[in-house]
Design a protein around this ligand. Structure first.
Ligand code: FAD
Length: 561
């Protein structure tokens, strides 16, 4: 009979233990968890703050009794493994009663990652919180309510920070979200993040980017810029650090990213010790290098694969691509693969297409614009990433792309991808197909584009912008200096457009302007470019930065419709 010890009783640990039981009815399985709870929904923790998950007990999916009853797994809470003794094949366990040894045949390490707590003045004050488990969220929620905290500063604009900020705002608190990078949610590119910045601000959160925490004091935080922000409570969400303490002490190898190194079967250098989850580094199949990826889905899959390997089932893991989704107030945002910034960092030649298209047939009451960006390698057209933001199913679009990326799909594959359609759920030519059509035309050199990020310098240098929206749309906000030639008058008035300078064409969201660009090209114009994202994209790209930098607008008026 095999004796298997699991360290960590949540995403990776609990998944590994349960899978081992399904593979081996006889094995003795002991799962140690240093906290009070096993198997809780980490990902749902922030939703307790708004009351979406009103009862924190609902966050607990299993407990030691149910593990025993359902799986014959011996789950021991408040039991911290403080040492792995590889030679003796034992672990040393600390409880309130003292320490004891437990031997193992195979060991699974899934200790997760700890929230990063920077050594800054005031960081140890009692109104500073981190969020990792059910006890943390209950403590935070209690402090918010009991202290009637009016002002809360959330430090860190990653997934946890944004979710915590949103849920505290929904609970009626005044929330400041402070992010040291120039944007929140870095899996998204800067251009896409601007849509989320606007939403966060529109929903009443004070969003500060490009400034970090310098010190905490009672009632306020001071930022690196010297600015102070009122804060009765401070939530730190500036990232996580893989928990490698035990592994390091046991002489297991730590990889280049600072996380535990494993092979493709999740074995450490000690073949009887497996490691999974946030504590390990994984191979990124697009970047071709080890990365850290603190996500629940990969942790659970790794756990299953590690358990399988113990029982001789071969694992076919080809690495990760990184797929994420998040609700940002009224928007759904999702991303997969790498973004343009990462492509640049690794020196991969890519191009990107940004399309705004209705997520459902426009006549449907729930139809909304979906902002979709696909990133592909040039000249091969291999898709390497995508980002989607909208009030509808952004995640569905990203899951389609994640599937394609995993199968080395190209723009040509996406163009022809046959997706389900009903007016209530999509359009006959879904936004993802549409993006592929645009990308395919670009790859074939059929037309040129400029990006919303390039528009400001062009406007400031007096470039020629042709706005092909109808006159009433133009009157409702346009680029300063743009010439309005509506598509409906385009053929008669084309002669007004100069031939000797570059011309940038746009409309509301790019469909009409593409027609105008092609008409110009077929009429002998050789220096024409379509503005990807068009006027709606420009307004969204500019608005948050305009307010932040207090700079002159390049539009006469924003129009976000
Ligand atoms: P964990 O699930 O953290 O489990 C590790 C456990 O090991 C901990 O409970 C810890 O107490 C225990 N432990 C550590 N050391 C010892 C020891 N020496 N002895 C005994 N026990 C020990 N991911 C997503 O994909 N989507 C999301 O929406 C999402 N939202 C999140 C929201 C929050 C607030 C948080 C905190 C995380 C979120 N994640 C999300 C990340 C996801 O929860 C993690 O990637 C996943 O839980 C990792 O699993 P793990 O087993 O490695 O670590």
């Amino acid at each position: 009979m095999k004796k298997i010890v699991v360290i960590g009783g949540v995403a990776g640990g609990a998944s590994a233990a349960a899978r081992i039981r399904r593979l081996d009815e006889q094995a003795q399985i002991i799962m140690f968890e240093k906290g009070q709870h096993v198997s809780f929904s980490n990902c749902s923790l922030p939703f307790h703050l708004s009351g979406v998950v009103a009862d924190s007990k609902k966050l607990l999916m299993m407990n030691p009794n149910s593990f025993e009853a359902k799986y014959n797994i011996d789950a021991r809470v408040e039991s911290e493994v403080i040492a792995i003794n590889r030679d003796a094949k034992t672990v040393t366990v600390q409880t309130v009663e003292g320490t004891y040894e437990e031997n193992y045949d195979k060991l699974v390490l899934s200790p997760g990652a700890n929230p990063v707590v920077p050594a800054l003045p005031g960081i140890e004050l009692p109104h500073v919180f981190t969020v990792r488990n059910v006890v943390d969220i209950e403590r935070l929620q209690k402090a918010v309510v009991e202290n009637e905290a009016a002002n809360i500063a959330v430090i860190g604009g990653g997934f946890i920070g944004v979710e915590v900020a949103e849920n505290l705002k929904l609970a009626g608190r005044h929330v400041s979200l402070i992010q040291s990078a120039n944007q929140v949610l870095t899996p998204f590119d800067f251009d896409m993040a601007q849509i989320l910045h606007k939403e966060i601000v529109d929903q009443g959160v004070q969003l500060i980017v490009g400034d970090g925490l310098a010190a905490v004091a009672k009632g306020e935080v001071t930022l690196r810029s010297g600015k102070t922000v009122a804060a009765d409570i401070v939530v730190l969400a500036i990232g996580v650090q893989p928990d490698t303490k035990l592994a390091e002490a046991a002489g297991l190898e730590i990889g280049v990213t600072g996380a535990i190194k494993v092979n493709q079967n999740y074995q450490t250098i000690d073949r009887d010790i497996y490691a999974v989850g946030d504590a390990i580094e994984v191979y990124h199949r697009i970047m071709h290098k080890p990365v850290r990826l603190a996500l629940a889905g990969p942790a659970q899959k790794q756990a299953r694969a590690a358990a399988d390997h113990m029982y001789g089932i071969v694992n076919q893991s080809r690495g990760v691509i990184g797929s994420t989704s998040i609700q940002v107030f009224d928007y759904a945002a999702a991303a997969t693969g790498i973004n343009e910034r990462t492509a640049q960092q690794i020196g991969m030649p890519v191009e990107a297409v940004y399309v705004i298209a209705p997520d459902k047939v426009g006549l449907m009451p729930s139809s909304n614009p979906l902002h979709f960006k696909v990133i592909y390698e040039v000249p091969t057209g291999r898709i390497v990433g995508a980002q989607a933001i909208g009030k509808g199913n952004a995640d569905k679009r990203i899951d389609v792309i994640a599937t394609l990326i995993s199968m080395n799909g190209t723009i040509e594959d996406l163009k022809d991808l046959e997706l389900s359609y009903s007016p209530m759920y999509g359009t006959a030519k879904d936004v993802v197909n549409m993006a592929a059509l645009v990308a395919s035309n670009l790859l074939a050199g059929r037309f040129k584009q400029v990006r919303v990020s390039q528009v400001r310098p062009l406007v400031e240098s007096g470039a020629v912008f042709i706005d092909v929206r109808e006159e009433n749309e133009f009157a409702n906000g346009h680029l300063k200096g743009a010439v309005n030639i509506p598509l409906s008058q385009f053929r008669e008035r084309m002669h007004e457009i100069p031939r000797d300078v570059p011309v940038y064409v746009h409309c509301r969201s790019a469909q009409r302007s593409y027609n105008a660009v092609m008409a110009l090209e077929h009429s002998g114009y050789s220096n024409v470019a379509n503005v990807s994202g068009s006027f709606l994209g420009i307004c969204l790209y500019e608005a948050f930065e305009d307010a932040r930098l207090d700079r002159e607008l390049i539009v006469t008026k924003y129009n976000f419709k």
